[in-house]
Design a protein around this ligand. Structure first.
Ligand code: PMP
Length: 352
């Protein structure tokens, strides 16, 4: 039975990439040495790093005025590295769009004062007002809210740099890098295995500060400061090759829109399953939904699991149901989910 994995992260990776990783696990490109046994200072590994960076720059059209850093510690470490490195006045603004943005502001409070901005939010989309947005070192946005299933649809011009957590939408939809001071993302949704975090930062924002060596962007620019997550970087390079060959970020976005619209289209016809998000701000990658009953949600989770559809539970903080369909999820992942929801609904008496 084929398994469809709707995990919010770590998530499924392209099947053909996984097959190739398996094939060359014991001997990287015929060298007789596994990638996991190889020095991060070797020529072979350096060429992986160079290719990974080049592919990411091409896919996201990253200007030369930005550095690309490959770090560890997840997006969570960036919750503190960002304020630590970008602070000048030690006043920061955070747009509050959900659980991950709240976690980011909690860590920022260790380094200064946080002004909370509420998003503007209606059926036409989600954005924020720039009123009062000055005298801060930056404004922080979570571009796609993995748990709530919402996303920013418009980003206004600001006087201050915009910092974006793009963990769940990087490479899933185009991001105009030149609009941002810094973009960070954990790799484990659209890029590769966990253990790798990508940071894209405008070079002129990076200062040489007295910080522990690993925590300073300045020390991490254009060099491998210490042993990186070599295996994750290797797989990421292969995933980015797959994205490029599949037509790049625009092609990913087209597929993601198609998958999302199919599933939301089904909700319109269903008497049982209801979406939790309406309007343009619906995420392309994370779809939270429910039957309205905790018990029925649980029964659906079991039913789906029996059909090979796994990881459809909502985040542990909110419950309900959630389908995450990142780049590696084929269109069949959307049609199969609809089929299984329909089967469940047919066997379920909705009048009770
Ligand atoms: N930000 C967002 C938007 C996320 O979805 C996640 C993880 N799901 C995180 C931050 C935390 O990432 P990590 O586990 O890599 O620290």
């Amino acid at each position: 039975m084929p398994i469809f994995n709707y995990s919010a992260g770590p998530s499924m990776l392209p099947h053909e990439v996984m097959q190739n990783v398996q094939k060359e696990l014991l001997s990287y490109e015929g060298s007789g040495v596994s990638i996991v046994e190889m020095s991060h200072r070797s020529t072979a590994f350096q060429s992986i790093v160079d290719s990974l960076e080049a592919r990411l720059r091409r896919l996201m059209d990253i200007p030369e005025t930005y550095a690309v850093l490959f770090l560890q510690g997840g997006a969570t470490l960036q919750f503190s590295m960002v304020p630590m490195n970008l602070r000048e006045t030690s006043r920061f603004a955070y747009v509050d769009t959900g659980i991950w943005s709240k976690k980011a502001m909690t860590d920022a409070r260790c380094f200064g004062e946080v002004a909370i901005i509420q998003p503007t939010d209606d059926l036409d989309g989600m954005s924020f007002s720039t009123d009062g947005l000055h005298d801060v070192d930056y404004v922080h946005l979570t571009l796609n809210n993995t748990i709530e299933g919402t996303r920013f649809t418009a980003i206004p011009e600001t006087e201050v740099p915009i910092v974006a957590d793009a963990s769940s939408n990087i490479l899933a939809e185009p991001i105009d890098v030149s609009r941002f001071g810094l973009i960070y993302a954990g790799a484990q949704k659209n890029i590769g295995p966990s253990g790798l975090t990508v940071v894209i930062v405008r070079r002129d924002l990076v200062q040489s500060l007295h910080l522990p060596s690993y925590l300073s962007y300045h020390n991490q620019m254009d060099t491998l400061l210490n042993t990186p997550s070599t295996f994750s970087m290797y797989v990421a390079e292969r995933v980015l090759k797959w994205v490029e060959e599949a037509g790049g970020v625009e092609a990913m976005e087209r597929m993601n829109v198609q998958k999302r619209d199919l599933i939301y289209g089904y909700f319109e016809t269903s008497a049982l399953f209801k979406p939790l998000v309406t309007g343009e701000k619906r995420s392309l990658t994370n779809i939270p939904f429910t039957t309205g009953s905790e018990e029925t949600d649980q029964r659906f989770l079991e039913f789906a699991r029996e059909q090979g559809l796994i990881e459809l539970g909502g985040h542990r903080s909110v419950g309900g149901l959630r389908a995450s369909l990142y780049n590696a999820m084929p269109l069949e992942g959307a049609t199969r989910l609809i089929e299984v929801m329909r089967q469940f609904e047919e066997g379920h008496d909705v009048s009770h």
